[in-house]
Ligand binder design. Sequence first.
Ligand code: PXG
Ligand code: PLP
Length: 437
Amino acid sequence: MSHTPDLSAYWMPFTANRYFKAHPVLMDSAAGVHYRTVDGREVLDGIAGLWCCNAGHCHPRITAALQEQAGRLDYATAFQLGHPQAFQLAERVAALAPDGLNRVFFTNSGSEAVDTALKIALAWHQVNGEPRRTRLIGRERGYHGAGFGGISVGGIEANRRLFGPLLPGVEHLPHTHAPEHNAFSHGQPEWGAQLADELETLVARHDPASIAAVIVEPVAGSAGVLVPPVGYLEKLRAICDRHGILLIFDEVITGFGRLGTATAAEYFGVRPDLMTVAKALTNGAVPMGAVLVDQRIHDGFMRGPERTIELFHGYTYSGHPLAAAAALAALDVYADEGLFDRAAQLAPVFAAALHELADAPHVTDVRNLGLMGAVELEPRAGAPTQRALDVFRAVLDAGVLVRTTGDSIALTPSLIISEAQIYQITHALRHALETID
Ligand code: PXG
Ligand code: PLP
């Protein structure tokens, strides 16, 4: 039997701590697309953990791989030493990525993956003879984790406000959320490719040879599922190519099947120079992230005496044996159960269910791509975010977990969800929207 412990010592991340501790919800166990709370209630998980449990919770093959690995090798330093699983995993991850992105640097989270990618981009220009390329360009409403690198290029103001001057020399592209043109788009909106031209404006304002890299989420997740307009990512790629700027795709959410393909790069047919992944890499079972690097960039570092360290960067737990074991098992499960294809097949069902909410009270926009979706609500006068939070709590009380960001409700189910369960989520949302003021 579980019980509720004292909640005061734990400072919870990205949480209204005082509200939560007054109204706690604690999970005890999970399997597939369901959690069970400590007081025995079943909750349907509409957000795959937090965009990470793509094969569902506690997949038996991942659990077994972890148990086996934990009893054989718990840890081995990743510095000047290795273990086979990390190398096997790098090869497996590279095989899923677009051609040429075949060198893999392991981290422990998406935030670390982002910091690593930014550092590799900056360092590459140094070793490649263009040391003046030090500017980084992110995008408004982008989320790139919580590290100083990530919040510097990120564009969610609340995540930046209290933390000082951040990295110097960072600029932001405009976000692509344009409900006045694109509300209720099914899939990619038609309007807005020209927003990528702002990159040319930034290039013109600065010396193009001062810009190191552009980082964007191919589909912005945390800011409420902002789907790129048709042609937008292609334009970013072309402008980067024209000016020798590296393009980084942050695929922490979109990697491993969320759009019905291994990566968003594959879905859109746009190849970045670096790609960050995390979350579903291990199906969420053990923290792990990675940066996939174009071989040309990697090879640029492989110079000088053979016994010198080529990149002064890494983490105690880079390529951790348990994380590597979980990831290898997760990739096996994705392949053997055909989960990326399953996501592609479910996407139209998901879209249809979500867009049925278009006429529900308070709804101002519905957006979707693959198995990512959001329903945006009219903010309550004078109390932004509160209506969405009320919906969140109401559906949770009805046994369904969704996620809110601002006044949007995000849905991002496991790739194993059934059609009936998709409708269970959207029906719970409709009921809440019809009940709440
Ligand atoms: N990049 C992207 C695109 C992400 O979505 C990170 C980096 C950071 O990963 P870590 O593992 O350091 O958290 C993320 C994480 C939400 C939500 O509600 C999304 C994330 C994290 C917390 C909340 O959408 N994504
Ligand atoms: N702080 C101290 C004092 C350390 O010794 C280390 C690593 O050795 C770190 C931070 C970084 O930890 P990690 O490698 O787990 O990111």
